[in-house]
Design a protein around this ligand. Structure first.
Ligand code: FAD
Ligand code: UDP
Length: 399
């Protein structure tokens, strides 16, 4: 049915079987599945002026395709997710590579065989590599915290080097805490790789970039006769939750609500704010073909930004004489300040608070929460798609 800017006068919620809040992956996947599998009429309410959530991309003034909310690289092990998304786009064969700038030397991250040789020299690097192979096996991923726990002087030397030069300062910049102070799963996202594969997502069978753009992927996903997208609409102005029922535009709503925003916002933070990290992203267009050799360079020991992304290196777009790069500066998120809550902070006290908000909606059988914000989880795109596919299956099975 298309996309409408703002809520049309006479918007009548009862014309829709489903109201989806948010047009990111979580919302768009549910909208599509419910419309096409069960002929449900779906309204998607999105407060930004565009679809695609944090995966939104657009052509900037220099003609370069850029990712507005940070570099997004598709990768998954999940066959079902991949099959679903490839209905709406082809993916290029882009294999994401990241280099760490360590005192001016560029070394592969995840730290691997080649990084060892670059860090320790040919002979010693090889010897340490053989030790890693003997301890963990070849082509294995070893989280830095596991490597640090080994009681062997040579392994300790590698662990200390990687901890200090790859993780410590970057993590301090990104989270304001040391690697030991945060959820171990976060460090586990970028394990040391005992092997030669120098891709950021070693072994992921599906990876690449959407052949056209992420936004085009979403346009196709949301292009269905039974889906209407309303942009520039904050659902909190319409939706009101009471103990027993969901009200929309002042009337009890009997259809399904799929909410993908932050749960604390929905209740005006009345139990306290859920903590997040946010990013300032500084885009810069340069009059040159290329700035750096790979998609992303992490500044793991120097600078106050964490990484620089060069979009053309990821999309393969050809724009002679121009390139756009982006630096990321991380800091604490302040609610109500117009910042975007990008990263959940997975700490027990935050999860406790989240659960208390979650309990408030648990009795509302037609109110569902899904997505990185609504589930307060550090999901990648594929995790959100999987969660949205599960939720839509559940709703479909009930009908
Ligand atoms: P979102 O994309 O945040 O969408 C939620 C939408 O809901 C938003 O558009 C928001 O405006 C809207 N909304 C919220 N509240 C309301 C309201 N009250 N009314 C109306 N609309 C509302 N994943 C990868 O797989 N690979 C990557 O390389 C990668 N890089 C990333 C880099 C950065 C810097 C960040 C922050 C994330 C990255 N991700 C990456 C993760 C990816 O962005 C998320 O997993 C995914 O986009 C989350 O989708 P979502 O639908 O849950 O949330
Ligand atoms: N990390 C690091 N150095 C690196 C890369 C990652 O210290 O060179 C740590 C850092 O704490 C980061 C986490 O590992 O937040 C996860 O990195 P990832 O690249 O997965 O983060 P994202 O792309 O989600 O920002």
């Amino acid at each position: 049915m298309g996309t409408v800017s703002g809520l049309s006068e006479g918007f009548n919620p009862s014309m829709f079987d489903v109201i989806v809040v948010g047009a990111g992956y979580a919302g768009a996947v549910c909208a599509r599945r419910l419309a096409e599998s069960c002929s449900m009429r779906v309204a998607v309410l999105e407060r930004r002026d565009h679809i695609a959530g944090n995966a939104y991309d657009y052509i900037d003034d220099a003609g370069v395709l850029v990712h507005k909310y940070g570099p997004h690289i598709y990768h998954t092990f999940d066959e079902r997710v991949h099959q679903f998304l490839t209905r709406f786009t082809e993916f290029t064969n882009y294999q994401h590579k990241v280099l760490a700038n360590i005192h001016g030397t560029l070394m592969p991250v995840p730290f691997n065989h080649r990084s060892l040789v670059l860090a320790f020299g040919e002979e010693k690097g090889e010897r340490l590599y053989q030790k890693l192979v003997k301890t963990f096996g070849e082509n294995k991923k070893v989280p830095i915290l596991e490597l640090r726990s080994k009681n062997d002087p040579e392994l300790a030397e590698v662990a200390d080097y990687v901890y200090e030069n790859v993780f410590l300062h970057y993590t301090m910049k990104q989270w304001g805490k040391t690697p030991d102070q945060i959820d171990p799963a976060v460090m586990g996202r970028v394990p040391v790789f005992v092997g030669d594969d120098d891709r950021y997502f070693p072994q992921a069978p599906y990876q690449g970039m959407p052949a056209q753009s992420y936004t085009a992927l979403f346009e196709r996903m949301l292009d269905h006769d039974l889906i209407t997208v309303y942009t520039g609409v904050d659902a909190r102005d319409l939706i009101d939750l009471t103990d027993k029922s969901v009200m929309v535009c002042g009337q009890p709503y009997l259809g399904e609500i799929i909410y993908t925003g932050a749960l604390d916002e929905l209740f005006d933070l009345d139990l306290g704010a859920l903590p997040y990290r946010t990013l300032d992203m500084q885009f810069e267009t340069l009059d040159q073909d290329q700035f750096q050799p790979v998609g992303t360079v992490n500044y793991t020991v120097s600078e106050d930004f964490t990484r620089i992304t060069e979009f053309k290196n990821m999309t393969g777009q050809v724009v002679p004489g121009k390139t756009t790069i982006m630096r990321e500066y991380s800091h604490e998120y302040v609610p109500g300040s117009g910042q975007t809550p990008y990263y959940v902070i997975n700490e027990p006290k935050n999860i406790e608070l989240y659960k208390r908000y979650r309990e408030r909606v648990s009795g509302l059988l037609n109110f569902h929460v899904v997505g990185r914000l609504a589930e307060y989880r550090y999901y990648d795109m594929d995790g959100v798609v999987a969660s949205a596919l599960d939720l839509s299956d559940e709703i479909l099975n009930q009908r």
